[in-house]
Design a protein around this ligand. Structure first.
Ligand SMILES: *Cc1c(COP(=O)(O)O)cnc(C)c1O
Length: 400
């Protein structure tokens, strides 16, 4: 019998990354800058490559995506007490970034296809007066980004994109992370590039880039960054931006840089596994998968499905049955926080959860992570567990 694959297995670190990390450790030059004769080194190289990959003028490498989101909010002019719009389906570091900058979250509904509800966005923007939207492309699902951009333009909303799950994804051929003022990416082990920790902010806006660079802890050594706005722009900001020591260190960059070239192959691998399991589940009554629009090209390192109509107790039993059979299913509806749990009721600063549909959708929403390298038999074995656990519940339910 085949063993069930470990869904938590992170992407491999390539040999070349290991070699350059070891060389760096031997050199001892592990701080983010060097003074005498310092160069930007591998972090600057990563910034240049990442900016080129995304087709944006500036990339600022930091110690996490959460830090990048915080810096993006700060650079967008968000001040303590300001309302910020946030889709009510995301991971803790996103509301955490709002909390960090002192913003007040204004939750926006999501649709049954797990993307932000643009009508609710317009309503909430007008009612709250919020001028900034933190949009999390949670679990890799993209809304109609062209319609969103038009709405933001018409309503005077600055868009920040959380792209922790969308490195390599695009809407109508335009990459996620290039629609907003800033796009923020994660190199955490569970994401598309595995450097343990790390994040990158991309932008075309020189004032945003200048603030992000200075706040990230550049001292007066910012000329060593990979992509730097003109000197007069830096001079305009340098006394106004505190040093928060958030810059990426070279060891992380050494691990991340060689993985950028592997992205297209990784995305193909993830999508093949996703599409195979998704096709199996879609054919089973009771399973509902989010609709994927034709304009969306995704980079799906996880898979989501709903089991509408089931109670919380039935969902709990379903999740337990899958886990007992070796498939680590996550569930967004749990009232008990666990693991990387993310439920609006558990986010800081959320006074009233004015997003009942988002909560209802998440109550029956499940999720599995997809490791790289699954064979078609692996995928079928996973799909078998996911569907069999649902049938057991159905029978027990019918019997009671
Ligand atoms: C992982 C994640 C983040 C934050 O990433 P870190 O690099 O761990 O700070 C942000 N948003 C989403 C949706 C994530 O899954």
């Amino acid at each position: 019998m085949r063993n069930m694959p470990d869904l938590g297995q992170p992407p491999d670190i390539p040999e070349s990354a290991l070699a350059s990390a070891v060389a760096l450790i031997s050199s001892g030059r592990l701080h983010r800058y060097g003074e005498a004769g310092g160069t930007g080194g591998v972090v600057a190289e990563l910034e240049r490559e990442f900016a080129q990959l995304l087709g944006r003028r500036y990339a600022v490498a930091v110690n996490s995506c959460g830090s990048a989101l915080f810096l993006a909010l700060k650079a967008a002019g968000v001040r303590p007490g300001d309302p910020v719009l946030l889709n009510a389906f995301t991971l803790g570091p996103v509301p955490g970034a709002l909390d960090h900058v002192g913003a007040r979250p204004v939750l926006v509904e999501i649709t049954e296809d797990l993307v932000i509800d643009l009508d609710d966005l317009r309503l909430k923007a007008r009612a709250s007066g919020a001028r900034v939207l933190m949009l999390s492309h949670m679990r890799g699902h993209l809304c109609d980004l062209e319609a969103l951009q038009a709405l933001c333009c018409a309503e005077g909303i600055t868009l920040i994109e959380d792209c922790a799950h969308t490195l390599g994804a695009a809407w109508n051929g335009q990459q996620a992370g290039t629609f907003g003022q800033s796009g923020c990416f994660s190199f955490q082990s569970g994401k598309h590039v595995n450097a343990g920790e790390g994040g990158v902010l991309v932008t075309d806006d020189q004032d945003v880039a200048a603030q992000a660079i200075l706040h990230s802890g550049s001292y007066m050594l910012y000329a060593q960054n990979g992509t730097v706005p003109p000197a007069e722009v830096m001079a305009r900001w340098h006394k106004r931006c505190g040093n928060y020591s958030m810059r990426m260190g070279p060891l992380v960059a050494a691990l991340a840089l060689p993985q950028l070239a592997l992205l297209p192959a990784r995305v193909a691998d993830w999508n093949a596994s996703h599409d195979r399991i998704a096709a199996r589940l879609s054919a089973v009554p009771g399973f509902v998968l989010p609709m994927r629009p034709e304009a969306e090209s995704y980079a799906q390192s996880s898979l989501q499905f709903r089991l509408p109509g089931r109670s919380l107790a039935q969902m709990r039993a379903y999740v337990d049955a899958c886990r007992a059979a070796g498939v680590w299913v996550k569930w967004f509806g749990s009232d008990i926080p666990e693991g990387y749990s993310s439920n609006p009721a558990q986010w800081p600063g959320v006074e009233a959860i004015d997003a009942p549909r988002a909560c209802a959708v998440q109550a029956t929403l499940c999720d599995i992570r997809l490791p790289l390298g699954l064979s078609s038999q692996d995928c079928d074995m996973i799909a078998d567990v996911l569907t069999a656990a649902a049938e057991i519940r159905e029978l027990r339910h019918a019997a009671t």
